[in-house]
Design a protein around this ligand. Structure first.
Ligand SMILES: [Zn+2]
Length: 373
């Protein structure tokens, strides 16, 4: 038993979740924050007052310094690729004197694996990647996400989509010309209720303009919305809140200033930045880092977990050996090094970290359907 607050709070958005979520503003009230960091009123016109306050508190928290996060899904154990991304995210935060939060993206509950959340926390702790505050469970924030969805819908930023999975698979198949959802339902006068016995999914209506963000990797952070991102689903037909919605809301309301994650999430960043703009706020800064790929250039799957931490431990490796292995894979230390995460942090400069990683970048790989870790 890890003694960590990873059980569902007694009520949705209950004390644990609220304490963590609103922890950015313990010594202020939201009115003071709103007065200190006024936003142009037009930005959030039409959002309910409680959402305006939440977003403003998050934006005000950003002004207080670096705040990063790592956000794995408890769908399995972290493999060495996930752990390396976690190490990079942690180093990026600690080298800048920042906070590092841990968030479990556990909304897709059928995909969650029993015990995976506890094992993720145990593995990070074993590696010495310490986080600030209690872990946040997205599953305890469903009320907030539903409230954001409703307000976006009321403001005309969403539309219902009745396209079947089969149709979408056909148009995005390798021989199909379309890499993103082409907006079939944008102009259809569909209702929000069941259509032929099936509820529609809810899609974000992307604006025409390019989507831009601040990026630490050498690639400029931008995507063409219509052709590279598309009108993403924010609420699935089965009612599940989509990853993009929960992630964008969390980055904003937690006051996240920096997101370090795998470069497979580049296209997701476009969707999430567009969504934050729809909520009247700018995005954090991003650093998309290369995934750990096998010698054939394929990303490691969760099935490769057997070769991950559990496998390394069974082979007799301890924490310093694993940190040495992860760091050596980026050329941060010589092969065979043994050192703690803390020692690695102490001997590194931020510029060295960025340069080492950028020396190993391959062109951005896009996978708009991917979640994090
Ligand atoms: Zn559709």
């Amino acid at each position: 038993m890890l003694g960590l607050a990873i059980n569902e709070p007694s009520r949705p958005g209950g004390p644990e979740g609220d304490r963590f979520f609103d922890g950015a503003q313990p010594q202020h009230d939201a009115n003071q924050l709103g007065a200190a960091q006024p936003l142009p009123a037009a930005n959030q016109a039409g959002l309910p007052r409680h959402l305006q306050k939440l977003i403003q508190a998050g934006l005000a928290r950003r002004q207080q310094g670096y705040r990063g996060r790592f956000a794995p899904s408890p769908t399995g154990d972290l493999h060495r690729g996930n752990l390396r991304t976690a190490l990079l995210s942690w180093l990026h935060a600690r080298l800048q004197g920042g906070e590092w939060l841990l968030r479990l993206d556990d909304l897709d509950q059928p995909r969650n694996r029993p015990g995976a959340a506890n094992r993720i926390l145990a593995d990070l702790r074993w590696l010495g990647l310490d986080w600030d505050g209690p872990p946040l469970l997205q599953s305890s924030r469903r009320g907030l996400y539903a409230s954001v969805l409703s307000s976006l819908r009321r403001r005309g930023r969403l539309y219902p989509c009745a396209c079947s999975r089969r149709l979408l698979a056909d148009v995005s198949a390798p021989h199909g010309a379309l890499a993103v959802y082409p907006g079939f339902c944008r102009q259809r006068a569909l209702g929000w209720g069941p259509c032929q016995g099936r509820l529609p999914s809810w899609r974000l209506r992307l604006p025409e303009a390019p989507i831009r963000w601040a990026e630490d990797s050498p690639w400029p952070g931008w995507l063409e919305g219509a052709t590279e991102v598309g009108d993403v689903v924010l609420r699935r037909a089965d009612g599940l809140v989509a990853y993009h919605l929960a992630t964008a809301v969390d980055e904003l309301s937690l006051g996240i200033t920096a997101v370090v994650r795998g470069d497979d999430l580049w296209a997701s960043t476009g969707a999430q930045v567009a969504l934050m703009a729809a909520l009247g706020a700018g995005p954090p800064r991003y650093w998309h880092v290369p995934l750990w790929r096998d010698p054939q250039g394929q990303r490691l799957s969760k099935r490769a977990a057997a070769e991950g931490l559990a496998g390394l431990r069974q082979g007799g490796a301890d924490g310093p050996a694993v940190i040495g292995l992860l760091a050596a894979s980026l050329g941060l230390v010589p092969g065979g090094s043994r050192l703690s995460a803390q020692e690695l942090c102490q001997q590194l400069q931020l510029s060295e970290l960025l340069a080492a990683v950028h020396g190993r970048l391959t062109p951005i790989h896009q996978d708009p359907s991917a979640g994090e870790a």
